[in-house]
Design a binder for this molecule. Sequence first.
Ligand code: NAP
Length: 259
Amino acid sequence: MDLGIAGKRALVCASSKGLGLGCARALAEAGADLVMNARGAEALEASAAAIRSEFGVAVDIVAADITDEVGRARVLEAAGAVDILVTNAGGPPPGMWPDWSRDDFLAALDANMLTPIALMQALLPGMIERGWGRVVNITSQSVKAPIAVLGLSNSARAGLTGFVAGTARQVAGDGVTINNLLPGIHATDRAIGLDGKVAADKGITMDEARAQRSATIPAGRYGTAAEFGAACAFLCSVHAGFIVGQNILLDGGAVNATL
Ligand code: NAP
């Protein structure tokens, strides 16, 4: 299927690895030019070079912390007028509810709620002016079904979800859609880190931890960044203009709910 976004300009935040990279690759495959971001320059340069040579699109890179005001300003300046925005950042650390201080909550809110909101506030006006835009926020299955050890994520991402629910309906009439993609467990560095925590807590091996976590997923496996990216690219396509303010789970059936 031609996604109709060849030549569009897409900013994909936190995209040197994992789900962000999966989204960047799928958008590039559809012909979009990219602005990619991550803190570490080395992996970012390598991923951008691979995309340029594989898909022949233009890729600008900005090594910066997207959750930091100065870093975000650098990314936005380099990005200029973008048609497609994919927001993403690292997830909060695991822990349990009595452990978190006010500062822990503020860091999680900054990274996973206020950063995507600031990016949308900066870029939505241009999309509205040009009469076309796509925003996809990478959130988490924790929005639909809380994950006990990820209470900071449960909390911060719920706030972003509320903002999107209201704002998506205010910009849809201008040709701009905003939707959230909710990953369940995907085989990325982040998932390996969480496997490690399960292994340490239970005194089991990493393989055993992964097998136990895979068994909680009806699909029987972790998702891939490529599958995630393909869903993102479709939401950014010309065919998805009637999908507004939705929260789409990509979790292999892990959330046991009818709706
Ligand atoms: P990942 O494999 O660890 O990749 C994270 C990417 O984001 C890297 O490119 C990293 O590069 C970049 N990054 C992290 N913090 C950043 C920051 N402050 N500014 C700019 N770039 C930053 O993680 P992932 O699995 O793709 O997860 C992406 C998001 O989805 C996270 O918020 C995670 O909590 C959420 N999620 C993931 C899963 C899963 O199973 N994978 C499930 C639910 C939710 P640098 O380190 O060089 O900056």
